[in-house]
Design a protein around this ligand. Structure first.
Ligand code: HEM
Length: 128
C-alpha cells in the first residue's frame, strides 16, 4: 500500500474542479490581479485544472497537453509583485475554504502553493 497523494487525499478531479471554480471569480474581482488576466478566463481555468492535478500528485495532465510547465518562465510577461503574490494566495485560501479543505491536508497543500507563489515574484513593488 503506497501512501496516498495529496490529489487522492483531497478527493481527486472533483475537488480540483471545485477549487479552480472558486478561485478564478475571486481573481477576476481582485483589483491587483484582474488586470493581468484575459476577459475569457475559461482557457486559463482549463490549464490550471490540469496543472494543479499534476502539482498535487495526480496524472500529469498539464505536461501531456502543454509540455513542461516552466511556470516561472510562463509568468515572466506579467509583473508579479509581492503584493500580487499575496493577493493570489488570498484568493486561493478562500477557494480552499470553499472546497472544504482543512487540517493537515490543507497545511501540506498550502506550503506547496505558498512556496510556488513566492517563486513567481519577478517584479519589485516600486516598479509597477
Ligand atoms: C497563468 C498570474 C501564481 C499557475 C497565469 C497568467 C497570469 C497569472 C496573468 C496568464 C493568464 C493568461 O493565459 O493570459 C499569476 C499571479 C500569481 C500566479 C499574479 C501570483 C503569484 C501561480 C501559481 C501557480 C500558477 C502559484 C501554480 C501553483 C498558473 C498556470 C498558468 C498560469 C498553470 C497557465 C500557464 C500556461 O499558459 O500554460 N498566471 N499566477 N500561477 N498560472 Fe499563474
Amino acid at each position: 500500500s503506497q501512501p496516498l497523494t495529496l490529489y487522492e487525499k483531497m478527493g481527486g478531479a472533483e475537488t480540483i474542479d471545485c477549487i479552480v471554480s472558486a478561485f478564478y471569480p475571486r481573481v477576476q474581482s481582485d483589483p491587483l490581479l484582474a488586470p493581468l488576466f484575459p476577459e475569457d478566463i475559461r482557457p486559463v481555468m482549463e490549464k490550471q485544472k490540469c496543472f494543479l492535478t499534476q502539482f498535487f500528485g495526480g496524472p500529469p495532465l498539464y505536461s501531456q497537453k502543454y509540455g513542461h510547465p516552466r511556470l516561472r518562465m510562463r509568468h515572466l510577461p506579467f509583473p508579479i509583485t509581492p503584493s500580487r503574490a499575496n493577493a493570489w494566495l488570498r484568493c486561493m485560501s478562500l477557494a480552499l475554504d470553499e472546497a472544504g479543505i482543512e487540517g493537515e491536508l490543507r497545511q501540506e497543500m498550502w506550503s506547496r502553493l505558498y512556496f510556488t507563489a513566492s517563486h513567481m515574484i519577478n517584479t519589485d513593488e516600486e516598479d509597477i
